[in-house]
Each structure stands twice: as structure tokens, then as C-alpha cells.
Write a protein that binds this ligand. Structure first.
Ligand code: B1M
Length: 212
């Protein structure tokens, strides 16, 4: 039963039917399907199929955009259910997708998990310049900067953020966390960022530690 509804979520997401996706996500929650299963086996499974089709030129940007919208709308419903029960951290974090990169689904998931842990999150959105990350962290007194990148052509901007923090004399006061599909722990070490985490949940766990 739950497998059928998860497949339905995936299929409707691929068609960009945001309204139906939202209804199905709510129905699955009402039926007791876990938020993690809905996220991973429904929404993200659908996004992954769209991603493959996109790569193979079977679908194009407009189809991917409507699927992305459906993904974001469905994920919003999961937010209260993904929050870790009883864990209330304190701290302020700034997050964004780096300059030149418009992909924001992964960044939104990380934000959701951070908020679920009780952290205050300043979301700069996508296509964010290096100096904006650093200036916001200074102005808003954030200890942690979370950077997301989905393109091999924009991951280098993460290094610019690290360099900008050095130039502005605040590198030792900030933790710089990086993530996104093309990013790795090796890349993190190479550019001198503090940590790479592979998914939204582990990013939130690490941010809580950094904020302590
Ligand atoms: Co784009 N796109 N896209 N796209 N797109 C990819 C990334 C691509 C791999 C598709 C492909 O060809 N196979 C490819 C990149 C190839 C490369 O760089 N090597 C690509 C391309 C080429 C492009 C364009 C250049 C296409 C074009 O115009 N010709 C263009 C670039 C636009 C730009 O950014 N300047 C483009 C545009 C778009 C859309 C606008 C249509 C849309 C984005 C909509 C949006 O985000 N609002 C889009 C989408 C949706 C994708 C795919 C299909 C899905 C990405 C996604 O949201 N995945 C993607 C293919 C794929 O990934 N299979 C693709 C789901 C999301 C939850 O995963 O973001 O990885 P992800 O987040 C994960 C982890 O990485 C991690 O947590 C999440 C899971 O828990 N994570 C972090 C992310 N950030 C983190 C930060 C952390 C820690 C963990 O700490 C701070």
C-alpha cells in the first residue's frame, strides 16, 4: 500500500503536478508512512528519474522546472515531520547556493533540516556572491556558512568564499560547510573549507556541533 502511494508521488512529481503531489504527500502522512520514506522513495526518487531523463535529453528545462516546483511544495509539508524530536539547538547559520548556480532544492532541504534542529537560518537563496555570504555572516553574527553547488562549473566559487573570508580577516571566526552533488571531501580539503557532508541530515548534525 505504502509503496503504491510512494510510486504515485514519484510519477506525479515527474509530470510536474504539484497540487496532486501535495495531496498525495498529505495522504501518505495520514496513512502513517514515514516522512523519510516519502522524501527518499517518493520525492527524491522522482527527481532522480527526471535527472536521468534530463541528462539523456529525454526531458528539457521546462519539465525539470515544474518537477522541481512540485518537489519543493511536497517537501514543505514534510518539514515538521523531519524535525528531530526533542533536539533544540541554538545558533545562527547563513545558507545559499553559490554564484552562477540556480539549483536550490538540496539547499532548501538542508535549510529545512537546520531549522528542524532549532537553528536560526538566514537563507540568501541561489546565485549568491562570495562577499554576500561573508558580509551577512559578519552582520548577522553567524558562526556557520553553508554553501551548496550543483554544477561542476560553480563549485570553484566555494573556494572564492573561503578566500574572501581570509581577505576580510574573519576566516578563523567562521565554519564553512559545503555540499552538493559534484562536491566531495577531497574537494573540501583542497579548497580549505571546514567540512563536506553528503546529505541534508548530516549537514544539520554538523552545524549543530559547530554552533555549540
Ligand atoms: Co540542472 N543540472 N541545470 N537544473 N539539474 C543538474 C545538476 C545536472 C547534473 C543534470 C545532468 O546533466 N545530468 C547538470 C550538471 C552537470 C555538471 O555540472 N556536471 C545540470 C545542468 C547542466 C543544468 C543547466 C546548465 C542546464 C541548461 O541550462 N542547459 C542549468 C544551469 C542553471 C544554473 O544553475 N545556472 C540547469 C538548470 C536546472 C533547472 C533550473 C531546470 C532545475 C533546478 C531547479 C531548482 O533547483 N529550483 C535543474 C535540476 C532540478 C537539476 C537536476 C535534475 C536535479 C537536481 C536536484 O534538485 N536534485 C540535476 C540532475 C541530478 O542531480 N540528477 C541537474 C535533488 C536534490 C535534493 O539533490 O541538490 O544534490 P542535491 O542535494 C542533496 C545533496 O547534494 C546534499 O543534500 C541533498 C540531499 O539530502 N546537499 C548538501 C546539497 N547541498 C548541500 C549543502 C551542504 C550539505 C549537503 O552543506 C552546506
Amino acid at each position: 500500500m505504502s509503496i503504491a502511494i510512494l510510486n504515485e508521488i514519484s510519477e506525479n512529481l515527474q509530470k510536474g503536478k504539484a497540487k496532486i503531489v501535495v495531496e498525495l504527500v498529505q495522504k501518505a502522512l495520514d496513512e502513517g508512512v514515514s516522512a523519510n520514506d516519502i522524501l527518499n522513495e517518493g520525492l527524491l526518487a522522482g527527481m532522480s528519474i527526471i535527472g536521468e531523463k534530463f541528462k539523456n535529453d529525454e526531458v528539457y528545462v521546462p519539465e525539470v522546472l515544474v518537477a522541481a516546483r512540485a518537489m519543493n511544495k511536497g517537501a514543505i509539508l514534510l518539514k515538521p515531520h523531519l524535525a528531530a524530536a526533542g533536539v533544540e539547538a541554538t545558533g545562527k547559520v547563513v545558507i545559499g547556493t553559490v554564484q552562477g548556480d540556480l539549483h536550490d532544492i538540496g539547499k532548501n532541504l538542508v535549510k529545512m533540516m537546520l531549522e528542524g534542529k532549532g537553528l536560526e537560518v538566514i537563507d540568501l537563496g541561489a546565485d549568491v556572491a562570495p562577499e554576500t555570504f561573508i558580509q551577512t555572516a559578519i552582520d548577522q553574527n553567524c558562526k556557520v556558512i553553508c554553501l551548496s553547488a550543483l554544477l561542476t562549473t560553480t563549485m570553484g566559487v566555494m573556494e572564492d568564499v573561503v578566500k574572501k573570508a581570509e581577505e576580510m580577516g574573519v576566516r578563523d571566526q567562521l565554519k564553512i560547510m559545503i555540499g552538493g552533488a559534484p562536491v566531495s571531501a577531497e574537494f573540501c580539503a583542497k579548497i580549505g573549507a571546514d567540512i563536506y557532508t553528503p546529505d541534508a541530515a548530516s549537514a544539520a548534525d554538523v552545524a549543530v556541533e559547530f554552533c555549540k
